[in-house]
Ligand binder design. Structure first.
Ligand SMILES: [Zn+2]
Ligand SMILES: [Zn+2]
Length: 139
């Protein structure tokens, strides 16, 4: 599933390279931490996907944001995700899940440490069926 790269502005070259599911917290039912990378310019970053199905039936809220991190921190995060044998299991109790899944006193997930900025994770328009390609006027 391609996303727009915030660095080279390619609309569909940013892809999710790794992902780990964390336990739900006081706000979100689903939390996933991801590593994203651009095939075109080599840009790498972390991303967080959060989904909340609380509240009224139709009020499904999705929050997907990318986070810039120092290369070293990103390597650490990538290694941590790679160290878990069950990244798709939010109930896993390994070291990676314990370190990434920390919550604060109010039960809210603490988020990613040491990020240096954030950007929107946007789907590639090519993948969006609501976008009609071309006007069909010919030449
Ligand atoms: Zn790029
Ligand atoms: Zn784990």
């Amino acid at each position: 599933m391609p996303f727009a790269c915030p660095e080279c502005a390619d609309p569909g070259s940013l892809a999710i390279a790794a992902s780990i599911e964390l336990p739900s917290d006081s706000r979100s039912d689903e939390i996933a931490v991801q590593i994203v990378g651009c095939a075109r310019c080599g840009f790498r970053a972390a991303a967080v996907y959060e989904e909340s199905r609380r509240g009224s039936l139709d009020a499904e809220a999705v929050d997907h944001a990318g986070y810039r991190m120092a290369g070293e921190r990103l390597d650490d995060l990538s290694a941590l995700i790679g160290a878990c044998s069950e990244p798709g299991n939010s109930g896993c109790r390994c070291e990676a899940h314990r370190r990434l899944g920390q919550v604060d006193d109010s039960g809210r997930w603490c988020g990613l440490p040491e990020t240096t900025g954030s950007f929107a994770m946007r789907y590639s328009p090519d993948d969006d069926p609501s976008v009609v390609a071309g006007t069909g006027t010919g030449d």
